[in-house]
Ligand binder design. Structure first.
Ligand code: PEP
Ligand code: MN
Length: 368
């Protein structure tokens, strides 16, 4: 399935002064000095294309610093005038949109806590009607692809065609090394559904710490994401918000130098030839996999009919456990990840159950 959103390429609206496309700046604008000093150092690296800063901060608990507010827009204006860097801020309601537009902010983004709420997203979309400005939509806090797509659609339907998504990771119950689980599959699914949508990775909110930033950034670049949003601060140790994950402009510059940029394609004839050969092999194997799956499902139907005729239940837990155990052992002997083997088996198994249930139901319908 593909979704057809009317979206312009990133190159239409982002002046990418250095590869990869990097948006950077403090989590929060705190003081005019902090914002201006950070902005100048970022500009001086020559590797940052857009200056970001949070002016209105959504906070988990009341009483925490909730952003410097509208005065920060004046500081951003000055930072832009002095450095020439275009600016980006988070907007969470119609008033934010109006103020940001009036202050000449170049790019707006919808934060993760807003994307979860269709009322909020619609309010922002309505405020954007008739305006030509790039908008980036962060993924919702919870791992729900439909919410993310829904928010992108609402903004797009308001007439915003300079649209991008920001992948900032998802909240998960399980605590891992990351502040927000990357769940790359969701970003990949979004890319597959809306291939013309630029996706920018935000390693800062995924990692929640400085140490993992290069690893997540490189992975995002390897997945062909179109840019990075990385939080930076003149002195991260005293930052008012997200202190653990911000980096100095100098550290950012060094990190960018360490990135390996790969191309989505190569025109080298030998490479193209070899890749085509390997893809042909994969296509053949995929055909065989589906042929075997078809054969398997036919046998499943036979079993279903046999169980039905003998009044035996569809699900036999002991049989399923046996399949799972044997196949994951076999899978690991073939160097397949246990998690992967289990996922494949679960898919096959649930389809088998569905087929057998249909057979049982058909006979019930016939009898009634
Ligand atoms: C931010 O970018 O500072 C921010 C609040 O991010 P998120 O919406 O991803 O939590
Ligand atoms: Mn932040």
């Amino acid at each position: 399935m593909k979704l057809h959103l009317n979206i312009e390429p990133l190159s239409n609206w982002a002046n990418v002064t250095h590869e990869p496309f990097v948006i950077s700046g403090p989590c929060s604008a705190e003081t005019e000095e902090q914002l201006l000093a950070t902005a100048h150092l970022l500009k001086d690296t020559g590797k940052v294309s857009v200056l970001r800063a949070g002016i209105w901060k959504p906070r988990t608990r009341p009483g925490e610093f909730e952003g410097i507010g509208s005065i920060g827009l004046e500081w951003l204006k000055r930072a832009k005038a002095e450095t020439g860097l275009p600016t980006a801020v988070e907007v969470a309601n119609a008033k934010h949109v109006e103020e940001a537009l009036a202050a000449g902010v170049d790019i707006l983004w919808v934060g993760a806590r807003s994307t979860v709420n269709p009322f909020t997203v619609q309010e922002i979309a309505d405020a954007l009607k008739g305006v030509d400005i790039p908008v980036m939509v962060k993924n919702p806090i919870n791992p729900d692809l439909s919410l993310w797509i829904g928010a992108l659609e609402r903004i797009n339907q308001a007439g915003i065609t300079k649209l991008a998504a920001i992948h900032r990771g998802f909240s998960s119950f399980e605590k891992t090394a990351f502040r927000n689980e990357p769940m790359w599959d969701l970003a990949i699914s979004l890319k597959t559904l809306v291939p013309n949508l630029p996706i920018i990775n935000d390693p800062s909110h995924i990692c929640g710490n400085r140490e993992l930033l290069p690893f997540i950034s490189q992975k995002a670049l390897d997945l062909d994401m179109q840019g990075l949003m990385i939080e930076s601060h003149i002195d991260p140790s005293v930052a008012w918000t997200d202190a653990k994950q911000q980096v100095t402009p100098a550290a950012l510059s060094e990190m960018i130098d360490g990135f390996v940029l790969r191309k989505a394609e190569s025109k080298n004839a030998e490479f193209v030839d070899k890749l085509a050969g390997l893809r042909e092999k994969i296509d053949k194997i995929d055909d065989q996999i589906f042929q075997k799956l078809g054969e398997r499902m036919k046998i499943v139907s036979q079993i279903g009919e046999y169980k039905r005729d003998n009044n035996v239940t569809i699900l036999q837990v002991s049989r399923w456990d046996e399949i799972l155990q044997k196949r994951t052992a076999y899978g690991s002997a073939l160097s397949l990840e246990k998690d992967f083997t289990e996922k494949v088996l679960e898919l096959i198994h649930s389809e088998s159950i569905r087929k057998q249930t249909a057979i049982m139901n058909a006979i019930k319908a016939e009898m009634s």
